[in-house]
Design a protein around this ligand. Structure first.
Ligand SMILES: O=c1[nH]c(=O)c2[nH]c(=O)[nH]c2[nH]1
Length: 299
């Protein structure tokens, strides 16, 4: 039999659940169907000490039950938004099992567009993948929304100059280069009273518009301007993070065959790439580091 306490170890942080439940919910209330396509991960936290230290599963809500609940909730309540769906799961598990005091629910959403405005035929929208995380701790709920893989490029109005040079520096300064990145971003709300779909669309619009509206001195500056614009436009958002590759495009030297190349033909080098990460916060707003735990790839 497993010993509960030992002289050598204690059980630290833990959570558990079912990862990546892929649920596609069709709303068939009218002939014009609606589709929501989510990959949902559910993880529970709470008094799980004896599950680990004694092998006593009395508190171990099976991961299979968590999966079943995800599908049952999709059917019973529909999916209004990823965030709303995750909040419902958080309330359910913390309400149903008194020793479950919190948890983490995460989703990726794959969007579908109508084909020629068709009522029930769709084509997958590949622009970006939407993300959502709900962290529950007692009564507290923290919602972090975002997206990844939104690839953008500007073919001019970007440069990189004024950087320090040492004996290893070979990069030439430029005031006219391609700038391209795959935007990955996550933003933290300071409330759950949010129209998540509407804010999502607006944040994406602000980020895309900011990408276009200035001469960029570095990807760092552009990310900062994007984040600042989002925080200024959305009082319900306290913090936004970016993790963005600088997808280098090098003007290809075609001198070998006597061709001029005035920044027309580029080598899109896929690696290595610059990796630029930044957090932009509302001045004076409370931090919430624990809500970000488990969100990989952001600083
Ligand atoms: O926008 C940029 N930021 C950098 O930090 C950097 N470093 C580099 O080599 N090129 C660039 N471009």
């Amino acid at each position: 039999m497993t010993e509960k306490t030992t002289d050598t170890v204690v059980l630290g942080k833990n959570q558990y659940g079912k990862a990546e439940n892929h649920v596609v919910r069709i709303n068939r209330d009218t002939d014009r169907h609606e589709i929501r396509d989510l990959v949902v991960t559910s993880q529970l936290r709470g008094d799980l000490e004896e599950v680990h230290t004694l092998g006593d599963n009395a508190h171990c809500v099976p991961t299979d039950t968590q999966k079943q609940t995800v599908f049952a909730f999709a059917q019973q309540y529909g999916i209004e938004s990823p965030e709303q769906f995750l909040l419902e799961l958080a309330d359910h598990f913390t309400g149903e099992f008194e020793w479950i005091t919190g948890g983490r629910w995460a989703a990726q959403e794959y969007a579908w567009n109508r084909i020629n405005d068709h009522d029930h035929c769709f084509v997958q929208h590949k622009d970006e993948v939407r993300t959502a995380v709900v962290v529950a701790d007692g009564e507290e709920r923290t919602v972090i929304s975002g997206f990844k893989d939104l690839t953008v490029l500007k073919s001019t109005q970007s440069g990189f100059t004024g950087y320090p040079k040492d004996k290893y520096t070979v990069l030439p300064e430029t005031e006219d280069r391609i700038m391209s990145t795959d935007v990955a971003t996550r933003w933290r709300y300071n409330t759950t009273d949010v129209d998540y779909d509407a804010v999502y669309e607006n944040v994406k619009k602000i980020i895309l518009t900011k990408f276009t509206d200035h001469y960029s001195k570095a990807l760092q500056e552009t990310l900062y301007l994007m984040g600042k614009a989002v925080i200024e436009a959305h009082p319900e958002i306290d913090e936004i993070k970016f993790s963005c590759p600088n997808k280098h495009h090098f003007v290809y030297d075609l001198g070998f065959c006597g061709l001029e190349n005035d920044k027309e033909t580029h080598w899109a080098a896929d690696r290595p790439y610059g990796l630029i990460e930044a957090t932009i916060q509302r001045k004076g707003a409370a931090e919430n580091e624990s809500a970000w735990m488990g969100i990989a790839g952001f600083c």
